[in-house]
Design a binder for this molecule. Structure first.
Ligand code: GDP
Length: 296
């Protein structure tokens, strides 16, 4: 279960509302305060949480006097709507189409889970009838090609890489060309990361992007950085045309709420979340159903 603690607290707070004999201001405030505390603990930005509480109170004030049952359900709906607002980037992502081969380039810092996520993304689409292929353009990290090779072989996905070639741009171009000739319809290019955001990393990303002309650039980010996700997502976006984000390691980190809301604030849609180390621990991210899950 993703963000189980946050979900438990929100559902718990809303249930108290259901069990209260009278839904007066005191009960409503207690419920909203508990939800606020839970969101702050999940590292969602203070301003977003405060605005959420204000918005809900404003709506309730104009609806004062409505029957208890309606009010209970209304509050749940309002909380859900406000969570959607916090999590929604307002921008739909480019979705690859089977009729036309697509090139998808993955970027992100080393250790974010990029290589693992490339295979997850390929595997997810393979199960839906796509013909994906993986290109390893990470010549920076020793063992990156072996890792991709191992993951790809396990998932029965064709891969391309080189132990000899040190130019990541050449590998990316050769790999994309080869798989286009082989009629693969989803060509995924894994690029190298660095430990920190630095000029060399961004320059390499730009060069690979210029040479392979990807239809979509996906930025992969580790959820454990919480609110810091905003600055990281913005820095990557300024260097390359990031079209979507995948947030990894949502299985282990309470800070996931911070990462999700911070990325939305950069106006980048989150399309998937990683929920474990295995290839199938990968979920499509949909704002509305996620908010509905959080509110029970
Ligand atoms: P890269 O350097 O960005 O390519 O990162 P890797 O793909 O090598 O992943 C770094 C570590 O994070 C590995 O141990 C992965 O198994 C782990 N990892 C990746 N995604 C997830 C996830 O969603 N959940 C968990 N728990 N671990 C993950």
């Amino acid at each position: 279960m993703v963000l189980a603690e946050l979900q438990g607290s929100i559902i718990g707070a809303l249930q108290q509302l259901q069990h209260a004999t009278i839904v007066d201001d005191k009960v409503v405030n207690e419920c909203l305060n508990e939800i606020t505390r839970a969101l702050l603990q999940a590292d969602v930005q203070f301003k977003l949480v405060r605005d959420m509480q204000t918005n809900i109170k404003n709506v309730l004030a104009t609806q004062y006097g409505s029957a208890g049952h309606d009010k209970r359900n209304n509050i749940k709906k309002l909380v859900c709507n406000e969570l959607c607002k916090i999590l929604d980037s307002g921008k739909p992502s480019f979705t690859p189409k089977k009729e036309k081969p697509s090139v998808v380039m993955f970027v992100g810092l080393q250790g974010s889970g990029k290589t693992t996520t490339c295979t997850k993304y390929a595997y997810y689409h393979q199960k839906k009838g796509w013909k994906p292929a993986l290109v390893c353009a990470d010549t920076f990290r020793a063992g990156a090609f072996d890792q991709l090779k191992q993951n790809a072989t396990k998932a029965k996905i064709p891969y391309y890489g080189s132990y000899m070639e040190s130019d990541p741009v050449k590998i990316a171009v050769d790999g994309v060309e080869r798989f286009k000739k082989e009629n693969r319809d989803l060509i995924i290019v894994d690029t190298s990361g660095r430990h920190k955001q630095e000029a060399a990393l961004f320059e390499e990303m730009r060069q690979i992007s210029e040479a392979t002309k990807p239809d979509l650039v996906i930025f992969v980010m580790d959820s454990s950085i919480g609110q810091a996700a905003f600055d990281q997502a913005r820095a990557f976006k300024q260097s390359v045309a990031v079209g979507a984000v995948i947030i990894t390691k949502m299985d282990g980190h309470a800070k996931g709420g911070g990462a999700l809301s911070a990325v939305a604030a950069t106006k980048s849609p989150v399309i998937f979340i990683g929920t474990g180390e295995h290839t199938d621990e990968f979920e499509e991210f949909n704002v509305k159903s996620f908010a509905e899950r959080l509110t029970g």
